[in-house]
Design a binder for this molecule. Structure first.
Ligand code: 2F8
Ligand code: CA
Length: 129
């Protein structure tokens, strides 16, 4: 279901899929300006809903390296529970891959300075159905 303002609706949440590209931090700033944040993916259903829209281009999600090497944290502060890494990922290629992107078939860790599309998420207000 595509809403007129460009937000997609799924399970009491709204998703914005960018048509332009930015680095991870600037992507997050864009989401914050939209009263949202980069998407936090909590279930296979959510991963499948979000990635159905994407094809084979990379989109930043709200997951980045934690303070301890090899750990990952979501922008809402929660620890990663379900994960959807592509085979062989995360590989920290070049020792410099601290941000996570997804495409239709799964996640990759990539350099945070790369310019990718991004996905924002916000809770749907009960006031405007
Ligand atoms: O083969 C997987 C590998 O592909 C690229 O590196 C060659 C990705 N690099 C970027 O997206 C910058 C790696 O992250 C990925 O693991
Ligand atoms: Ca990688």
């Amino acid at each position: 279901e595509v809403r007129p303002d460009g937000w997609l609706h799924f399970d009491h949440r709204l998703y914005f899929i960018s048509t332009t590209k930015k680095n991870w931090a600037a992507s997050r700033d864009d989401c914050l300006e939209r009263d949202a944040d980069l998407v936090v993916i909590n279930s296979r259903e959510e991963q499948e809903f979000v990635t159905r829209q994407l094809g084979y281009q990379w989109f930043w999600i709200g997951l980045s390296a934690g303070d301890t090497e090899g750990t990952w944290k979501w922008v809402d502060g929660t620890i990663m529970t379900s994960s959807f890494w592509l085979s062989g990922e995360p590989n920290d290629a070049g020792g410099a891959e601290d941000c996570v992107s997804t495409r239709e078939d799964g996640w990759n860790d990539a350099p945070c300075a790369y310019q990718y599309h991004w996905i924002c998420e916000k809770v749907r207000s009960l006031l405007w159905s």
